[in-house]
Design a protein around this ligand. Structure first.
Ligand SMILES: NC(=O)c1ccc[n+]([C@@H]2O[C@H](COP(=O)([O-])OP(=O)(O)OC[C@H]3O[C@@H](n4cnc5c(N)ncnc54)[C@H](O)[C@@H]3O)[C@@H](O)[C@H]2O)c1
Length: 380
């Protein structure tokens, strides 16, 4: 049985703590929590007498023997908290995003590398959606042929002004280092890079629509790869919204929607269809394909409803810590760098109006973000 602490027991950290307490993560016991808000601590302590409650992280780390810490605080604090735990050889599962800037994330990854005795993981719960995992296998098997284009539209993570007002840190450059991209889209951008790899360049436009916030909640970006392009569209202000990832290869197409996917596998690569064509629109028999469907599965709906999709990652993490085996993780901590590199690049392109390289220069990005924070202060 491993001994776990959760740092930050608000909306998400509170859910992680409850999952540990109700035994949803079989081999882990919640022994401590830490939150800088004394009221939050009081409420938690009233319900969980057997868990040590702290408002001071250093005190918790020095007083309570721990095998692992789950970090679920606002984004800017992720790296400092994670580093403190890793430096003591304690394993860390950090909530997404790994942190706000690539410069800060690289420093955190360095600390993790210096402490191989500790497992370092990131909460990318969308990776436990088996449709994405199966899509990744299909692409890697070559069944889609050469990738030709992709598009990912994510406009179904609706957020109201009420949501933004709930926590002072939300949707501000100073509070969370961004808006929709760093908070919601980080999940899909991780999936996108997991399936397609990292783009070489990005051009983007970001807007604020219909909400009193200082960051973006509407994004259109073009990701340039060596041999194909991908259009990424995201918003958190429209209804009903959609979630649609289309991946087109020379031998097939995948259309992944929220909980299902339709795959069309051509009998023949398009290049061959074209080479054999004896009529203007191609020979009908050469264009034949097999259609297959993939579903999320009732079991997954049920476990998500009971514990939340995040619990899958808590379980993998606890198993990895117990067995000291990072290969049991769905996402290692350092993989958090990839989506963050994409997010920093989308912002940099939107701010400068230029096509930018991925990765963007981490120092330049720090400066641009600092300017955003300064100009945000003037609007408040
Ligand atoms: N994986 C997911 O699906 C998912 C969903 C929601 C939120 N999150 C992530 O969880 C994290 C927290 O988000 P939330 O919605 O729970 O926020 P929240 O504001 O509800 O909770 C954050 C908590 O952290 C505490 N806190 C702040 N700074 C702290 C510090 N330095 N040390 C200890 N405690 C501190 C606050 O008092 C608060 O109780 C963020 O990284 C967010 O992106 C992940």
């Amino acid at each position: 049985m491993i001994r776990v602490a959760v740092v930050g027991i608000g909306r998400m950290g509170g859910k992680h703590a409850r999952n540990f307490c109700k035994g949803a993560v079989g081999n882990a016991r919640l022994v401590a929590v830490c939150d800088t808000d004394a009221k939050v601590c009081e409420t938690f302590a009233a319900k969980h007498a057997d868990v040590a409650v702290y408002t001071d992280l250093d005190k918790m780390l020095s007083e309570t023997p721990l095998d692992a810490v789950v970090v679920a605080t606002p984004h800017y604090s992720h790296s400092a908290i994670a580093k403190k735990a890793l430096e003591k050889g304690i394993s860390v599962l950090v909530e997404k995003p790994i942190t706000v800037t690539v410069k800060d994330a690289l420093a955190l990854v360095d600390v993790a590398k210096a402490h191989p005795e500790a497992i370092f993981a990131i909460m990318y719960n969308q990776r436990s959606n088996s449709i994405y995992a199966r899509a990744k296998k299909i692409i890697e098997s070559g069944k889609l042929g050469d990738l030709q284009r992709a598009s990912f539209t994510v406009t179904d993570w609706y957020r109201t002004q009420y949501y933004y007002n709930m926590g002072g840190w939300r949707a501000s450059w100073s509070g969370e280092g961004g808006g929709t991209l760093i908070n919601q889209c980080v999940h899909q951008l991780d999936i996108l890079q997991w399936l397609l790899g990292m783009p070489e360049k990005i051009i983007s436009r970001c807007k604020t629509a219909g909400r009193n916030i200082t960051t973006e909640n509407d994004v259109t970006a073009l990701f340039l790869y060596k041999d194909f392009d991908c259009v990424f569209t995201a918003s958190t202000h429209e209804l009903p919204g959609e979630n649609r990832f289309v991946i087109v290869g020379s031998k097939g197409t995948l259309v992944i929607t929220r909980h299902k996917a339709v795959c069309k596998f051509l009998k023949m690569d398009e290049k061959e269809v074209n080479a054999r064509a004896t009529r203007d629109y191609g020979n009908r028999k050469d264009k034949k394909y097999v259609k297959k469907r993939m579903y999320y599965g009732i079991g997954n709906y049920l476990t998500d409803a009971l514990y939340g999709q995040q619990c899958n990652i808590l379980r993998d993490f606890a198993a990895a810590v117990e067995k000291k085996d990072a290969s049991l993780l769905r996402a290692r901590g350092e993989e958090g760098l990839n989506a963050l590199n994409i997010i920093n690049a989308i912002n940099a392109s939107a701010w400068t109006g230029h096509t930018v390289d991925v990765p963007v220069d981490p120092e330049k990005y720090e400066k641009m973000l600092a300017e955003k924070i300064e100009s945000e202060k003037k609007t408040k």
